[in-house]
Design a binder for this molecule. Structure first.
Ligand code: BMA
Length: 334
């Protein structure tokens, strides 16, 4: 299938949007930007961001046997802000990403804790999506779009996140021995500059995807224009053992707002995935995304086709040297 003659790597599901606020068992203004995982019994779980009419978000689980329909939605908030004990959650919790860490046997949820100092990155763990343990704020504001890798590198856990400074919004990688104390911060992928679709502001979308060729990362780029912003998705591949090394970065975006449910809504022009599941064939990807900050949608892709596409469209990096070139570009504007 072609779209304007470009290859389509992520096909929208005909049921889209698959989850909307009017399906919620309690009052909800919008439902969007879900994290996702597959539970032990094969159920797809989406941890959905639910925004109420105050503007405050919490998280609510929806479960489905096939990840497409038949959703069973928790009848009350699954994971709600706790501003009394965690003032950093005063204005809500947003945009979860889920990583199952086999070594610990638990799911770790990285989410945006929105407090009076701004949005920061918090982590909570759960075994069952009923009881949660907070590890607290791990990256202070302004920081968001974070996800953990499922395994350690050279003894340390690794977290991708996106701090914002006056120099722009780039993707960073940080390391920790215990998931609470983080250091070794390094720019993982800088936003491009100038006219590019991913100039000045990028961020991780779902958690990194483990492939035989490395960690495949779907990230969003924000193009600012006179009437707002367009959120689109691109691909990059990172070294399996040294995830700080980018191997290839796609030049073109692969998915952007097109359909009415992506263009119209609270924030028209935003497609914002926070999760994926991989089907039993090991290649088919279900990508779950928020559409226009209003509803939840599904797009279906193939990991091997994405990797093939990167071979054609990507810019090669020679490990650290390639990364350095990008960083030098970052530190020498103009
Ligand atoms: C980003 C995040 C997302 C949101 C997107 C578009 O900065 O805050 O939650 O979906 O903007 O509004």
């Amino acid at each position: 299938m072609k779209s304007n003659q470009y290859e389509v790597l992520l096909e929208r599901h005909p049921n889209n949007p698959i989850l909307t606020a009017d399906m919620w068992p309690y009052p909800a203004h919008t439902v969007f930007n879900p994290g996702s995982t597959i539970l032990e019994d094969g159920t797809t779980l989406l941890l959905c961001r639910v925004e109420d009419r105050r503007g405050i978000s919490h998280l609510c689980a929806a479960r489905s046997k096939n990840g497409i329909d038949g959703w069973v939605i928790d009848t009350e908030p699954t994971f709600a802000p706790d501003p009394t004990n965690h003032p950093e959650e005063m204005w809500g919790i947003e945009d979860p990403r889920i990583t199952f860490v086999p070594e610990v046997g638990e799911y770790f949820i990285t989410y945006t804790a929105f407090g009076k100092s701004g949005p920061g990155v918090a982590i909570a763990s759960t075994k069952d999506f009923h009881k949660f343990e907070r590890l607290g704020l791990v990256m202070q504001p302004d920081d968001k779009d974070a996800a953990l890798f499922p395994s350690r590198f050279h003894g340390e856990y690794a977290l991708i996140h996106r701090p914002t400074t006056e120099m722009g919004s780039h993707m960073w990688l940080s390391f920790s021995p215990d998931l609470r104390n983080w250091g070794g911060h390094i720019v993982l992928l800088p936003a491009r500059r100038g006219a590019w679709w991913d100039a000045n502001k990028i961020g991780l979308s779902p958690p990194p995807i483990d492939t035989p060729r490395g960690w495949l990362v779907i990230y969003h780029g924000v193009r600012r224009h006179a009437s707002g912003s367009i959120y689109r998705l691109g691909l990059a591949l990172f070294d399996k053992e040294h995830p700080e090394n980018c191997l290839t970065r796609g030049q073109s975006w692969i998915f952007g707002p097109e359909e009415r449910y992506e263009v119209q809504g609270d924030v028209g022009g935003a497609v914002f995935p926070g999760g994926y599941t991989i089907l039993p064939d090991g290649d088919t990807l279900h990508m779950y995304y928020g559409a226009a900050d209003t509803s939840i949608c599904l797009a279906v892709g193939s990991i091997s086709k994405m990797l093939d596409w990167l071979d054609r469209d990507g810019t090669e990096f020679t490990g650290v040297a390639g990364q350095l070139a990008e960083r030098i570009q970052l530190s020498n504007p103009g």
